[in-house]
Design a protein around this ligand. Structure first.
Ligand SMILES: Nc1ncnc2c1ncn2[C@@H]1O[C@H](COP(=O)(O)OP(=O)(O)OP(=O)(O)O)[C@@H](O)[C@H]1O
Ligand SMILES: O=C(O)C1=C[C@@H](O)[C@@H](O)[C@H](O)C1
Ligand SMILES: [Mg+2]
Length: 178
């Protein structure tokens, strides 16, 4: 299968995984290697709402955020044939999960220790505001089955730099560089 092949037929790769999995970093590498661009639904939501995600959580609540996210994911998946990176909690919404059916979704798996090391515990993440380490553990335990459910393949990021992770993603989907 050629990397440039799926133009006009949907995204080449959709990345899911918790904060710190490397969705943005690896997505950027993948986009370069596939000769395409990365679309990040968190950025799309912020642009559409005209405010940062933490403000959406505080002012509108998480359920509203998940609705906005579902629409952002729908738009990204239908309007982009490159690499799409979803927010860490996108899989919590059943409607969003349904949008991913049949797509080349890759779960970037990361250990709690690596995620905390990469992102830190003081980042402005609304769901980690109180007791972040315990919250993180709980989120990872809740979400792992959902990442696995939506994913066509799972790629571990432990002990791999972003280039190596990107290569493993391409291999897992049987894609080649542009
Ligand atoms: N495979 C890797 N090895 C080491 N560090 C990595 C790896 N992947 C990403 N990082 C680093 O981890 C941090 C978080 O990566 P990144 O922002 O890509 O994660 P993310 O999954 O997009 O997170 P978020 O859900 O917050 O958007 C960055 O500093 C990045 O350089
Ligand atoms: O893990 C989560 O639930 C989130 C992750 C981020 O990507 C953002 O989508 C938002 O902060 C929520
Ligand atoms: Mg990111």
């Amino acid at each position: 299968m050629s990397a440039a092949e799926p133009h006009g037929t949907g995204p080449a790769v959709v990345l899911v995984g918790p904060p710190g999995a490397g969705k943005t970093t690896v997505g950027t590498v993948l986009a370069r290697r596939l000769g395409t661009t990365l679309r990040d639904t968190d950025a799309d939501i912020e642009a559409a709402a005209g405010k940062p995600i933490p403000d959406i959580f505080v002012e509108d609540g998480e359920p509203r955020f998940r609705e906005l996210e579902r629409e952002a994911v729908r738009a990204a998946l239908t309007g982009h044939d490159g690499v799409v990176s979803l927010g860490g909690g996108a899989v919590m919404d059943g409607g969003t999960r349904a949008l991913l059916t049949g797509l080349p979704v890759v779960f970037l798996d990361v250990s709690l220790a690596d995620a905390v090391r990469r992102v830190g515990l003081d980042a402005p993440r609304p769901l980690l505001a109180v007791n972040p380490r315990q919250q993180w553990r709980t989120l990872m335990e809740q979400r792992r089955p959902l990442y696995t459910e939506v994913a066509r393949t799972t790629v571990t990021t432990a002990g791999r730099d972003p280039e190596e992770v990107a290569q493993a993603v391409l291999d897992s989907l049987d894609l080649k560089d542009a």
